[in-house]
Ligand binder design. Structure first.
Ligand code: 3PG
Length: 394
């Protein structure tokens, strides 16, 4: 990469791709993590005297102007966090964008309207990319979480302007490299979530790279089923049993030790505070639903974590949203956070529910790195090349 500190920025228009695809509640930003993630880059560029022009998508308007999907609502909270005004342009290309960009003083910040209001964005149309590039002298991509999309603003622009990773993007790539690229060994992965079918490539890639892989959540039931263990009325994908067996074999030949639950928490329904019991996996009853990993399983996991120097975590171990089925996830998360805080473990986590689970456990801030990415984090864990990152490397 060319890093941002090598760029000549004073008086230049910096087109910065950020990810402002934030959760919304009643028309307001419900979680500003992604706005905060963009602050270091924006502040740095502004301080260097660049005119900062922000490009982002919001939701999936499919190439049409959908007023409810305007990015306008983000300008004010962003301006508060930045402690400086943020001008908003009603279009990301053409005269409306040019007028706002041309009105910026050095160090000023503008946010342009949702790039996905134009069909050319998702098609990575070269003419649309050129129209975007007309408002920039350099391109900065600070949106790791959108880097799995080969769109005009995430990929195409990197070929048209001098391109740099933003500070968050750079930090994210360094953290991910420390976890899976060149990790300190031994490395353990925790993968949870409900379905094996959505995480096949990820599991295949991980067993080839890790020393230990702990499988939790609903997908563990499919692995137990594949090992001919009765999972009662639990969530399970019987047609994935053969695939699960292949992954078990792959792990064996790659020298990756799989950790599957040895005991589980079962109940007959998923309701807060419902009566539950702990059972050995061989004693699951026909009416039982497995909703969490048991204490013995967590003790084994925690002891294995103690032998490792690096951990990568995606997906909860149980139905953590519904206590008491959050116990295994919370207990493992607390253990990981203690190890990470004492400097004994590099702990990286990301993807969908994972951040919510770590927040629920109150330990997200103790991890070495928590990715704000969903799909991009998963694709990276699958070993895929992310087009937005690859374009910066060229
Ligand atoms: C995300 O929220 O994961 C990114 O912003 C990508 O959004 P998308 O899945 O709509 O491309």
């Amino acid at each position: 990469f060319r890093t941002l500190d090598t760029a000549d920025l004073a008086g230049k228009r910096a087109l910065v791709r950020v990810d402002f695809n934030v959760p919304v509640d009643g028309g307001k930003v419900a979680d500003d993590t992604r706005l905060r993630a963009a602050l270091p880059t924006i502040a740095y560029l502004s301080k260097q005297g660049a005119k900062v022009v922000l490009l982002a998508h919001f939701d999936r308007p499919k190439g049409k102007v959908v007023p409810e999907m305007s990015l306008g609502f983000v300008a004010e909270p962003l301006s508060k966090l930045l402690e400086q005004p943020v001008a908003f342009a009603g279009d990301c290309v053409g005269p409306a964008a040019a007028e706002v960009v041309n009105g910026l003083a050095d160090g000023g910040v503008a946010l342009l309207e949702n790039v996905r209001f134009h069909a050319g964005e998702e098609k990575n149309d070269p003419d649309f990319a050129k129209a975007l590039a007309a408002n920039g002298d350099v391109y900065v991509n600070d949106a790791f979480s959108a880097a799995h999309r080969a769109h005009a603003s995430t990929e195409g622009l990197a070929h048209l302007l001098p391109a740099y990773p933003g500070l968050s993007m750079q930090r994210e790539l360094e953290a991910l490299d420390a976890a899976l690229g060149k990790p300190k060994k031994p490395v353990i992965g925790i993968v949870g979530g409900s379905k094996v079918s959505t995480k096949l490539d990820l599991l295949r890639n991980l067993v080839a790279k890790l020393d230990y892989l702990a499988i939790g959540g609903g997908m563990a039931n499919t692995f137990l089923y594949a090992a001919k263990i009765d999972v009662g009325a639990s969530l399970c994908e019987p047609d994935m049993a053969e695939t699960a067996r292949q992954i078990i074999d792959l792990a064996g030949s790659a020298g990756c030790k799989l950790l599957l639950p040895t005991d589980v928490v079962v109940a007959q329904e998923v309701k807060p505070g419902v009566a539950s019991s702990v059972r050995n996996v061989y004693e699951v009853q026909p009416e039982d639903r497995i909703l969490d990993a048991g204490p013995e399983t967590v003790a084994t996991l925690n002891a294995t974590i103690d032998q490792c120097e690096t951990l990568i975590w995606n997906g909860p171990l149980g139905v953590f949203e519904v206590p008491p089925f959050d116990k295994a996830t919370v207990s493992a998360a607390e253990h990981v956070s203690e190890r990470a805080k004492s400097g004994k473990l590099v702990a990286v986590a990301g993807g969908g529910d994972t951040v919510a689970a770590l927040n629920h456990a109150g330990v997200a801030a103790d991890m070495t790195f928590v990715s704000t990415a969903g799909g991009a984090f998963l694709e990276w864990m699958e070993g895929k090349v992310l087009p937005g990152v690859a374009a910066l490397e060229q």
